[in-house]
Design a binder for this molecule. Structure first.
Ligand code: ZN
Length: 97
């Protein structure tokens, strides 16, 4: 049976500054990624604080590709589907979550 079912669940979470930094780093590393994301997403906008006032956090997923070393960071909302659009910080690929 599949041994990586858990890979489809969030791996960890990160703060908005961490998320923004990870996405910017991926954009800097992979040519064309920023333009691709800009074309295929709507911006996240300013995240709302939680009801208890805690700063918002974003899920981080494990990239399903190859060695599972990549981490998927939220880069925007997918245009056509009601899902999050994520970018991989290791391979520069993109996934809907
Ligand atoms: Zn990847």
């Amino acid at each position: 049976m599949s041994s990586n079912v858990s890979q489809s669940y969030p791996y960890s979470s990160e703060t908005e500054p961490e998320r923004a930094a990870a996405v910017e780093a991926a954009f800097a590393m992979f040519e064309g990624l920023k333009a691709k994301v800009a074309a295929e997403t709507t911006p996240l906008g300013d995240p709302e604080p939680e009801d208890n006032g805690a700063p918002p956090r974003w899920w981080v997923w494990v990239c399903p590709k190859d060695d599972f070393k990549g981490r998927l960071h939220t880069a925007g909302y997918a245009l056509e589907k009601h899902s999050l659009y994520t970018v991989c910080d290791t391979h520069g690929d993109t996934f809907l979550r």
